[in-house]
Write a protein that binds this ligand. Structure first.
Ligand SMILES: [Fe+2]
Length: 445
């Protein structure tokens, strides 16, 4: 019996016998279905087109995901290769910068999907032959399947960013209903100091989340909610982008050179009227949503203007864990994220108003730490002491240094499988096309 029919026919038995295999298969299929649904409305020409120098042609991602899956879930686990070796070069993200990928001999959409289907069928067959437990670290707890499932969902988020940048055609996604939040005044939460255990032993956690270790923190105050578009608009309209006092000097030089005066995708209509474009829709600025499409420099400047600062990633993780010392994968506990907890999974195509997910509050009373928008932190992306690259240097190690800032928490476009208290994302401080916002922190005087 195939794993697929086992899952449908007698899931309980399989879950008890080989739970990581069932989870792996479910997550791989969920990623594939999501990406197919996202790209289905687009004609072939738009899938092949380079929509932005920042992004790949959409069809590159489709075959790249299949190639990654073939490399890690077939070849690295002893299954025979069956593709043209040229694919490894064409779909190697490190060999080709995004703005050059449209010049490669890419598979056209139908062939790219056929390749993905062929790989997936081989993975299903090979998965059944694999041991439930193994000394191979790639297979411990199904790690490598978790890595490939998270990789696909991270690409789904990248695809969403490309769809947002796209201007050749209007993209109108099917959106889940938006929640109606209660009244949630912005306020700060006191987070006591003391030890915090950072990182994760989750078998699907990445190398950059390891090893778990303890750091000491001073007490601090953290915004209960992310900064909203309404909050940020006050900064914009009060001349925040013209006043060098609030800005990191490099950031101020950058916004002047690029003539940046407000978050990406906003457009001023005169006399306090603002619109924003969200995919194919131009709509009034929603003042109660977390602000998104701001760079680290903009977040940092707002925080300084507000008399605050960005939290460090350790402070963010402390707030997500709660100060009672109980280990938790998510701010609310270990339960798998649902709609009641957080806006994740890409079904809403934008952030929810702050306060929409009361079940997702952390133990200390901080809201919205997971989902809605990635949150910029003050921290550079550096390895934890004792870091070991696994299973390849190019996932994390080559990005360590002082050029990228850490983001935490996941956005509305992030999948639950790729979001947890310990998850570390990173990007350059000028990046704005990602679904990033922030919240502020303050020292306790
Ligand atoms: Fe990738």
């Amino acid at each position: 019996m195939s794993l697929r029919s086992q899952e449908q026919g007698s899931a309980r038995v399989v879950v008890q016998a080989v739970p990581w295999k069932v989870r792996a298969w479910r997550e791989l299929e969920a990623g594939r279905e999501r990406i197919q649904a996202m790209l289905a409305p687009l004609p072939e020409a738009e899938l092949m087109r380079q929509h932005s120098p920042l992004m790949s042609p959409l069809v590159w991602d489709v075959a790249h995901m299949a190639n990654y899956e073939e490399q890690w879930l077939l070849r690295a686990l002893g299954a025979p290769a069956f593709t043209d070796p040229a694919f490894d070069a064409i779909y190697d993200a490190f060999r080709h910068p995004r703005n050059t990928r449209s010049t490669l001999p890419l598979l056209e959409p139908e062939a790219a999907w056929a390749y993905a289907t062929r790989v997936r069928a081989a993975v299903a067959a090979h998965l059944e032959t694999l041991p439930e437990d193994s000394a191979d670290p790639l297979l411990h707890g199904g790690f490598v399947f978790g890595m490939v499932a998270q990789h696909a969902q991270q690409h789904a988020e990248t695809l969403a960013a490309t769809l947002q940048l796209m201007t050749h055609v209007e993209y109108h996604p099917v959106e889940a209903l938006r929640p109606q939040p209660g009244a949630v005044p912005q306020h700060e939460v006191f987070i006591p100091g003391g030890p915090v255990r950072l990182g994760s032993d989750d078998p699907w956690a990445y190398d950059n989340e390891r090893p778990r270790h303890v750091v000491e923190l001073a007490p601090f105050l953290l915004d209960a909610h992310p900064v909203t578009t309404g909050d940020f608009l006050v900064f914009v309209e009060s001349g925040g982008y013209e006043d060098a006092r609030w800005w990191d000097p490099k950031g101020f030089a950058w916004i002047q050179a690029e003539r940046i005066r407000h978050p990406l995708f906003w457009s001023p209509q005169g006399h306090h009227v603002w619109l924003r474009r969200r995919f194919g829709t131009v709509e009034p600025l929603p003042k109660d949503e977390p602000v998104q499409h701001v760079s680290w420099y903009e977040a940092d400047a707002y925080a300084r203007w507000a008399g605050k600062r960005l939290p460090t990633e350790a402070e963010w993780e402390k707030a997500a864990q709660g100060s009672d010392g109980v280990p938790r994968a998510h701010p609310w506990g270990d339960a798998v994220p649902t709609d009641a907890h957080a806006n994740l999974g890409g079904t809403r195509w934008g952030p929810s108003p702050v306060g929409s997910h009361p079940s997702g509050r952390g133990a200390d009373g901080v809201w919205g730490l997971l989902g809605d928008v990635w949150e910029w932190t003050a921290s550079d992306f550096q390895p934890y002491a004792g870091f070991r690259a696994f299973p390849y240097r190019e996932y994390s190690e080559v990005f360590f240094g002082d050029t990228s800032k850490v983001l935490r928490g996941g956005a509305w476009a992030s999948a639950p499988v790729a979001v947890r208290n310990s998850f570390r994302n990173w990007d350059f401080p000028i990046r704005r096309q990602i679904f990033a916002g922030f919240r502020c922190a303050r020292d306790v005087k």
